[in-house]
Design a protein around this ligand. Structure first.
Ligand code: PLP
Length: 420
């Protein structure tokens, strides 16, 4: 019954340090967020002790009455949140959700089409050494060099030529909305199924500030920890006709016992995501990203060779293009880290620099919106980022930017009740 601090002071110290890091710096990794305390509590509960292979009402273990109730709540809330016919809340992660969905819909050797990793796609959409690239024949579509947007003519042409069994629409680093209706039309034309991976923008969809893929896609996969703001995990939505296949692909196809403590935290976050406060937060997320893009397109940034891919954003992230800047992605990431802002470097399409260096930055606003950032705060952080990336940056400047970052962090305390 001893506490973490008593049993394992080493781990406890690292957890405390991580809490302090999250509280004292500005988190702008586009795929990160802050789960509500209620979700942390559910995830840290005794549910972690329970085996529950199977599904509610059909388990392979006794004593599942309470986890059944929890998993049913999670499934029903998820279906309701997105207006889906069927839901599976057991995937341990987004990658697991994608693996299970493809396992359900495809045979090894089938052809899939996904957005090229180097153009913003995810590893699980067909990267060479990922399971998706090894098990399936991959045809990657790309973004148009000029517009920075997915080229639907290219998608259509490739689909006609290669007749894939599955088309995947979704992204990890792309600043615009996809045209789900056009993907559906192309999939129908070539007899393919359509899977949308909304991991990044699920929170925006839940809030109604981004079009929903659910009416168009046969299957929709997601993570629960990005814009959706819940615990790390995955989920799959589908039309009723695929529900059975998907359930059996998740368990026993891909996974053993579900993580009911995480499923409880998912249930909590789905409830939060149906609230008006959540809608307002997602709108601030979008507004913040737009303000950041606008700031990074001002003349001083242009003069420094900085630009914004696709000339803006209509989602929760901005992709900064440093191909014409002396600063590379690694240096940009390091410089922002130095002043207390966490982002990740990211390859841009046709990146001339190596993958560990890159010529881009992916900067997202979900975590700061969760922290309570308002328009004026996003303007301030956008200005800080721009000033950090300009050639006028020096040690003196770094100090003053760091102080401005601290002021923003203090203005919007994170998890004020924790770590006391
Ligand atoms: N799908 C997309 C579009 C993603 O961006 C990610 C994660 O970055 C995943 C799936 C995988 O999620 P996870 O890291 O939980 O496996």
């Amino acid at each position: 019954n001893s506490s973490l601090h008593e049993v394992d002071p080493d781990v406890a110290a690292a957890v405390d340090a991580e809490l302090h890091r999250q509280q004292s710096t500005l988190e702008m990794i586009a795929s990160e967020n802050f789960a509500p305390v209620a979700a942390l509590e559910a995830q840290g509960s005794v549910l972690t002790n329970k085996y529950a292979e199977g599904y509610p009402g059909r388990r392979y273990y006794g004593g599942c009455e309470h986890v059944d109730a929890i998993e049913n709540i999670a499934r029903e809330r998820l279906k309701e949140l997105f207006g889906a016919e069927a839901a599976n809340v057991q995937p341990h992660s987004g990658a697991s959700a994608n693996a299970a969905a493809m396992f359900a819909l495809l045979k090894p050797g089938d052809t899939i089409m996904g957005l090229d990793l180097a153009h913003g796609g995810h590893l699980t959409h067909g990267m060479k050494i990922n399971f998706s690239g090894k098990l399936y024949n991959v045809v990657a579509y790309r973004v148009d060099e000029e517009s920075g947007r997915v080229d639907m003519d290219n998608v259509e042409q490739l689909a006609r030529e290669h007749r894939p069994q599955l088309i995947i629409a979704g992204w990890s680093a792309y600043p615009r909305q996809l045209d789900f209706a056009a993907f559906r039309r192309i999939a129908d034309e070539v007899g393919a199924l359509l899977m949308v991976d909304m991991a990044h923008f699920a929170g925006l969809v839940a809030a109604g500030v981004h079009p929903s893929p659910v009416p168009y896609a046969d299957v929709v996969t997601t993570t629960t920890h990005k814009t959706l703001g819940g615990p790390r995990g995955g989920a799959i939505l589908s039309k009723k006709e695929y529900a059975k296949k998907i359930n059996s692909a998740v368990f026993p196809g891909q996974q053993g016992g579900p993580l009911e403590h995480v499923i409880a935290a998912k249930a909590v976050s789905f409830k939060v995501a149906s609230s008006d406060e959540f809608k307002e937060r997602q709108q601030r997320t979008l507004d913040g990203a737009r303000l950041l893009a606008e700031r990074l397109m001002k003349q001083d940034a242009v003069d420094a060779g900085i630009s914004v891919l696709s000339g803006g954003t209509d989602v929760h992230l901005v992709l900064v293009d440093l191909r014409n800047s002396e600063l590379d992605g690694q240096q940009g990431e390091d410089r922002l880290h130095e002043i207390g802002i966490t982002v990740n470097r990211n390859a841009v399409p046709n990146d001339p620099r190596p993958p560990m260096v890159t010529s881009g930055l992916r900067i997202g606003t979900p975590a700061l919106a969760t922290r309570g950032f308002q328009e004026e705060d996003f303007r301030e952080v956008a200005d800080i980022i721009a000033e950090a990336l300009l050639p006028t940056f020096d040690e003196e400047k770094g100090k003053s930017l760091m102080a401005r970052v601290s002021a923003l962090a203090d203005k919007h305390p994170l998890y004020p009740g924790l770590g006391k």
